[in-house]
Write a protein that binds this ligand. Structure first.
Ligand code: UD1
Length: 431
């Protein structure tokens, strides 16, 4: 099992380039099998979740050709199987996007039912409600969801909760259903828009993505396209908080600043300076003490739940008491006990964390409980006095490409290691 070993205390300074959005890419890769023609996808992040999904897509008979690390060609004409095994779903929940993609294209699909996950229970009732509204039968048997339809017909669907996954899954099915579909109370996240743009580039007719009403006119079939995925707002935000927590000065490049507004607003509130460019954002955290603030996670354009651990770790170093409320997932404070081992002072009550700022963290051995919490613990390690070892970094590798290399490019002392021996060597090297 690999670990990160970090010698904290260096302000991060320099420039970092952000990759393609993992969560957009997961849905777009699934949607790529919806045509029999070849689709070229660029700006793909080279992270574990993406590579597992590509294996799942190959597993059902699609041809996947890796052009380079960030570019792939997919041809779904040879798909022979509409059954996605539990082996994939247990590694990566988002393989459930193949449910919508396969149902839309072949009018039937079978996907192992995703269970709960580290950040809490994750129901899929809204996906099922949408599929049924479009005319599909849905059965849950032997741990899998079976869905099929004689004919898929557009419908008016109101989502009871704002959900990214259900919005995208329903959009994919509706793209190839007969007639018109209206999704109300749709998720507005940038990756919902990216998936709609991708489907439209394949000949779909989707309007309103990015608002809470999406209108879809079904088309007969989809065709080939070449498409470049949007930048990853969560990777960008993670580096922005790393700059703030280490009192550094970082230019985060290749981003869409509009997608980062909730993050930049909070960084300004806690006392960082922000410079915005067309496709870059600079975070300057030097000089002054960080101030406390309050934050509540909400669907986009609210503050993202995937950035909650990163801001909490930063607020843990700010003057005063901050309150962080998690309103999307119930189990997203697992990093708090780990951070306590580094000197953090955070009390969790229900879905609220009360954070009393401390002057500094001190290095300790901690364990990444999930993807974003793991990244947040790395931020804590980068700002801490002494050496931090982060175990279970396999979670972090699910969503961050070359995380340690990018951080080293900003002056961080961090290495990916595989044994106690290597940890010892790092200790000797950094003194
Ligand atoms: C996606 C992101 C995840 C992010 C989340 C919220 C991907 C691969 N993952 O997850 O990183 O944290 O959006 O921005 O894109 N819900 C229901 N019924 C459903 C579906 C969802 O009640 O059928 C609830 C969930 O329990 C949660 C809320 O809706 O409380 C939002 O979930 P959702 O937006 O669907 O998250 P995901 O798409 O799974």
């Amino acid at each position: 099992m690999e670990q990160y070993v970090i010698k904290g205390g260096n302000p991060l300074v320099g420039e970092v380039k952000i990759g393609g959005a993992k969560n957009a890419a997961l849905a777009i890769l699934a949607a790529a099998i919806m045509t029999d023609e070849t689709v070229l996808i660029e700006n793909l992040p080279d992270v574990r979740d993406i590579n597992v999904l590509l294996q799942a897509i190959e597993g059902i008979g699609a041809v996947v050709e890796r052009i380079d690390r960030h570019t792939v060609k997919i041809n779904g004409s040879m798909i022979s199987d509409v059954n996605i095994e539990y082996e994939y779903i247990k590694k990566i929940r988002a393989s459930y996007y193949l449910l919508g993609a396969l149902l839309g294209k072949y009018k039937r699909a079978q996907v192992a039912l995703p269970g709960g996950c580290n950040i809490g229970s994750r129901p899929i009732d809204q996906h099922i409600k949408g599929f049924k509204a479009l005319g599909a039968e849905v059965r849950i048997e032997h741990g899998s969801i079976f869905t099929e339809a004689d004919q898929l017909m557009g419908n008016h669907i109101y989502l009871d909760v704002v959900t990214v996954g259900a919005t995208i899954n329903i959009m994919m099915v509706a793209a190839l259903s007969k007639g018109n579909t209206i999704i109300e109370n749709a998720a507005k996240e940038p990756h919902v828009v990216d998936v709609a743009n991708f489907l439209n580039s394949m000949g779909a007719n989707i309007k309103g993505a990015g608002t809470d009403v999406i209108r879809i006119k079904g088309v007969e079939k989809l065709h080939k396209t070449e498409y470049s995925i949007i930048p990853d707002q969560i990777e960008a935000g993670t580096f922005m908080f790393a700059a703030a927590a280490t009192k550094g000065n970082v230019l985060v490049k290749n981003v869409i600043p509009k997608h980062l507004e909730a993050t930049t607003a909070k960084l300004l509130e806690i006392g960082c300076d922000i410079e915005e460019y067309d496709d870059a954002v600079r975070v300057i955290g030097t000089g002054k003490a960080l101030q406390h603030t309050h934050v509540k996670t909400l669907p986009y354009p609210g503050y993202p739940t995937d950035m909650q651990p990163q801001i909490a770790v930063t607020l843990g170093l700010s003057q005063g008491t901050s309150i962080v409320t998690e309103s999307i997932f119930e189990n997203r404070f697992k990093y708090v006990d780990e951070l306590a081992r580094m000197g953090g002072d955070i009390k969790v009550e229900g879905n609220t964390a009360i954070i009393n700022g401390v002057r500094k963290y001190t290095g300790a051995r901690v364990s990444a409980p999930d993807l974003r919490a793991g990244a947040a613990l790395v931020i804590a390690g980068l700002s801490a006095e002494g050496i931090t070892i982060v175990d279970d970094i396999v979670y972090i590798q699910r969503g961050y490409e070359c995380f340690e290399e990018k951080l080293r490019g900003l002056g961080a002392q961090i290495e990916r290691v595989n044994s106690e021996n290597e940890i010892q060597k790092f200790r000797l090297k950094v003194g």
